[in-house]
Design a binder for this molecule. Structure first.
Ligand code: URP
Ligand code: ZN
Ligand code: ZN
Ligand code: ZN
Length: 499
């Protein structure tokens, strides 16, 4: 990694989530120290000058959803915290939020500690952790408190799918959402009806459908939409903010958009894959190609889905983008070669998200450069209470910055990507929008196609609860919208006796 700790980025266009302006940016000791035209550092010795004329200077991407080295479905995702974050910075992402997921009956704090022990020494960029709530008890409730108050966790993921593994039921969702509300955390949901998936899978297998197409057919999009609507209803009843992860279908997105129109505090996270490719791949004749796309919820066969989701992301119905990067190479996917229910679920994206969204969102004319920054970085920083330290180029913000060439193109391929996985679901996609330089914590970690990433350079970033962006409305409503009892004279008439 470049040892330089003073960098002057000259002549670029700074693009934040709300505005763009021509300006130089001066960085020292990992922080943005000055922004302005024709900046001249007081002591120019030792300052590295990077020419960004004609280029965009954007806040580094924040990927809200990764699973690096995740032990899952009989295997472990092949991109670990080193490979995964190295690939992230090569693609212009400077922060990831991964998930610490305990097994049912196990401690949430131990899961958090385990994930920290895996990640701390390996990460090449900053990271933080959501924690999974996969079962319910007083101990879980108490541990959520410890995580929120002492470990910087302000988001918990509940699973409505993966029956017998991670799935919890409505009363447990109600209890865990209520606890999130008390703690000022954000409830996240994997929204699919796990009971219906289990029944659908049995039916497919009994019909002799054992290949990846069965994975989509056993869980059509209404299975996702029903769970999304149910989660919205439960969260609304306990007045808890809700974040629906990996939005894969039009119908789930519609439930989220409707809830937002009604004023509910709900956020939807489409992923790079759902915004750019469709589920017709499950019917591909080559098993390994089809299996590479298996994830839950699945990509949808309706080919108009990706553009539809992109339009909702552009207009604010959907809020942020992650990737659900959870990679398994073909030989790992092959655990399920004779039974689609055994194919480890997950696909790539952490490296390609920024370029894919630029291509399909900005180059296509659906959103502008500011909305691009908002949906790849700023809104995530606001929801998860990292803003303006992250998600904005401003004096005092962390120097997580990308110099972005909006005109350059690259062709995505597993042959050239920096991930460990042997297959790339965006194979062959030509994307305008290429990161030229990635700066993480004030250091150049990627430049002109060359990585200078170092394991352990990134840090765990703790987060405070009660993010204003999420909780301001909720607090105000709590004060003015409480249900009140009707004052009446006591009933004095006859009451029948019951045995
Ligand atoms: O298929 C997926 N999504 N794999 C990762 C686990 C999850 O549900 O996010
Ligand atoms: Zn999930
Ligand atoms: Zn295909
Ligand atoms: Zn996931």
């Amino acid at each position: 990694m470049d040892s330089q700790n003073k960098i002057l980025i000259k002549g670029g266009k700074v693009v934040n989530g709300d505005c763009s302006f021509l300006s130089d940016v001066y960085i020292e000791d990992g922080v943005v120290k000055d922004i302005g035209v024709n900046l001249k550092p007081a002591k120019p010795e030792g300052v590295r000058v990077i020419d960004a004329s004609g280029k965009l200077v954007i806040p580094g991407g924040i990927d809200t959803h990764t699973h690096l080295q995740f032990p899952f479905m009989g295997s472990q995702s092949i991109d670990d915290f080193y490979q995964g974050t190295k690939a992230a910075v090569a693609g212009g992402t400077t922060m990831i939020i991964d998930f610490a997921i305990p097994k049912k009956g196990c401690s949430l704090i131990e899961a958090y500690d385990t994930w920290r022990s895996w990640a701390d020494a390996k990460v090449c960029c900053d990271y933080t952790l959501h924690v999974g709530v996969t079962w319910w008890s007083d101990k879980v409730k108490e541990e959520m408190g410890v995580l929120a108050k002492e470990k910087g966790v302000n988001s918990f993921k509940m699973f409505m799918a993966y029956k017998d593994l991670y799935m919890i039921h409505d009363t447990e969702l109600y209890a865990s959402f209520s606890r999130c509300k008390e703690l000022g955390a954000i409830a996240m949901v994997h929204a699919e009806n796990g009971d219906l998936i289990a029944e659908g899978a049995k039916k497919m297998l009994s019909m002799g459908i054992t290949g990846p197409e069965g994975h989509e057919m056993c869980r059509p999009e209404e299975v996702e939409a029903e769970a999304t609507q149910r989660a919205i209803t439960i969260a609304s009843l306990v007045s808890c903010p809700l974040f629906v992860v990996h939005v894969m279908s039009k119908s789930s997105a519609k439930a989220i958009a409707n809830a937002r129109k009604e004023g509910k505090v709900v956020f939807g996270e489409p992923i790079a894959a759902s915004l750019s490719i469709d589920g017709t791949h499950y019917w591909h004749k080559d098993w390994s190609h089809a299996a590479a796309h298996v994830m839950g919820p699945p990509l949808r066969p309706d080919p108009s889905t990706p553009e539809h989701l992109m339009r909702l992301l552009a207009n604010g119905d959907l809020s942020v983008t992650g990737t659900d990067n959870c990679t398994f190479s073909t030989c790992q996917k092959a655990i399920g070669k004779d039974d689609f229910t055994k194919i480890p679920n997950g696909l790539n994206g952490v490296e390609d998200r920024m370029s894919v969204i630029w291509e399909k969102g900005v180059h296509s004319g659906i959103m502008d450069e500011n909305r691009f920054v908002a949906v790849t970085s700023t809104v995530a920083a606001k929801i998860f209470n990292l803003y303006p330290r992250k998600g904005r180029i401003a004096i005092g913000s962390d120097a997580d910055i990308v110099i972005w060439d909006p005109e350059a193109t690259r062709t995505i391929s597993a042959k050239t990507h920096h991930q460990a996985v042997n297959i790339n679901v965006f194979e062959g996609m030509i994307c305008h929008g290429v990161p030229l330089v990635t700066i993480s914590r004030g250091k150049v970690v990627f430049e002109k196609g060359v990585l200078h990433a170092v394991a352990g350079h990134g840090k765990y970033i703790p987060r405070q609860p009660f993010s204003d962006y999420v909780y301001k409305r909720i607090h105000q409503r709590d004060q003015v919208c409480q249900p009140v009892a009707v004052q009446r004279e006591p009933y004095k008439g006859e009451v029948i006796s019951i045995s």
